[in-house]
Design a protein around this ligand. Structure first.
Ligand SMILES: C[S@@+](CC[C@H](N)C(=O)[O-])C[C@H]1O[C@@H](n2cnc3c(N)ncnc32)[C@H](O)[C@@H]1O
Length: 337
């Protein structure tokens, strides 16, 4: 995982602490397009769509960043690299002080080594590259022939730069349950970190990918235990331990309480509507409206995707985790972008 220069890490923690106190979102996910080069079996955002009227431009992201003041921004979608102005968008979301910590979530299809170097120079701190299987089954699952070959050539090159900012991103489904450990080994072989999150049927209504059979849950529990153990041995696994064990608990119970959507994180659609999370369609005009109309009555427990899993934690847990991974890591590699 990328480590951050001490002063920037301290600024992040200061902003995060203040945001936590005043219920301002810690993380904002800008879904910069709902078009995608993939058409994944587990996702509702597949395929190309006509450009919507009112598509936000770089200047709109600058304004939203200064209103919402997030500690962390995700550039996601759809496939964010489909945006021809992605470099301007990155410039717009960054402040001169290096905040917010900026994560590009991508399927990697349009990513090249050159684009990676340009984007990290402009301020992307983390490249979260989706990988659902450690081999060509990834292409079938994503309905994107040749994608695994492309990643297997590209990702090791990114790893070799040694910046520690490329992280594989695996959505756990019934189909890839038996390959989770092998995907970890692939990340290790490619010299990058890996983060896991749980498939949710909220987006698709499709239970085929959902893990519910007792024998599958048992395999998941053993795998998560193994991954927690591996995490203590090296920095290859980006999840916090509580999100790994929580993933099993979530799937076993079918639900998990304490969702902080709309309070700790929110989503901005390509046209600028605000959503508490990416699972539901209604949009709101402001975070205040989300707090009043959604957060006040939200009892949804239907997902445990990473953004939610992480931000459910208490203030003290998040602070401790950030101090450990961000501030105390200051003697490690420094991400200089
Ligand atoms: C919606 S995609 C957008 C970014 C980019 N196109 C990509 O594929 O990484 C972001 C992440 O959401 C995950 N995802 C999509 N549908 C999901 C679902 N139903 N449950 C959990 N994760 C899901 C994907 O695997 C991907 O890692």
């Amino acid at each position: 995982m990328p480590t951050i220069p001490f002063t920037r890490a301290a600024r992040m923690i200061a902003r995060g602490t203040w945001s936590f106190c005043i219920d301002r979102p810690l993380v904002v996910s800008f879904e910069v397009t709902h078009s995608c080069t993939c058409n994944c079996q587990h996702c509702d955002k597949g395929g190309m769509k006509p450009e919507p009227p009112g598509l936000l431009q770089a200047e709109d992201y600058r304004r939203l960043r200064s209103v919402l003041k997030p500690m962390v921004v995700q550039l996601s979608g759809g496939e964010p690299l489909l945006r021809k102005d992605i470099e301007e968008i990155v410039r717009a979301v960054k402040e001169p002080n290096g905040l917010p910590y900026t994560i590009l979530v991508t399927n990697g299809r349009l990513l090249t080594e050159e684009k990676y170097l340009t984007l990290r120079r402009l301020g992307v701190n983390q490249f979260s590259i989706s990988l659902d299987f450690p081999d060509e089954r990834h292409d079938d699952f994503r309905r994107s022939p040749g994608l695994f070959k492309h990643l297997s050539e590209l990702v090791p090159k990114l790893g070799r730069h040694g910046f520690g900012d490329a992280v594989l991103n695996t959505a756990i489904t019934r189909g890839n349950l038996k390959t989770l450990r092998a995907t970890y080994e692939k990340a290790k072989e490619w010299g990058v970190a890996i983060s896991y999150s749980a498939y949710t049927p909220l987006r698709t209504g499709n239970m085929d990918h959902y893990i519910s059979a007792p024998e599958d849950l048992e395999l998941l529990r053993r795998t998560m235990d193994e991954l927690v153990e591996l995490k203590t041995q090296n920095g290859q696994i980006a999840n916090s331990p509580w999100t790994l064990t929580g993933t099993h608990d979530f799937l076993k119970q079918g639900s998990i309480s304490g969702c902080q959507a709309g309070r700790r994180f929110l989503v901005v659609t390509p046209e600028g509507g605000l959503r508490p999370c990416s699972m539901f369609d209604p949009t709101y005009a402001s975070q205040k409206e989300i707090m009043e109309k959604f957060v006040a009555t939200n009892t949804c427990g239907g997902c445990y995707v990473s953004i939610r899993a992480y931000l459910d934690a208490s203030f003290w847990t998040l602070l401790k985790d950030n101090v450990k991974t961000r501030v105390l890591a200051r003697n490690g590699r420094a991400n200089q972008c």
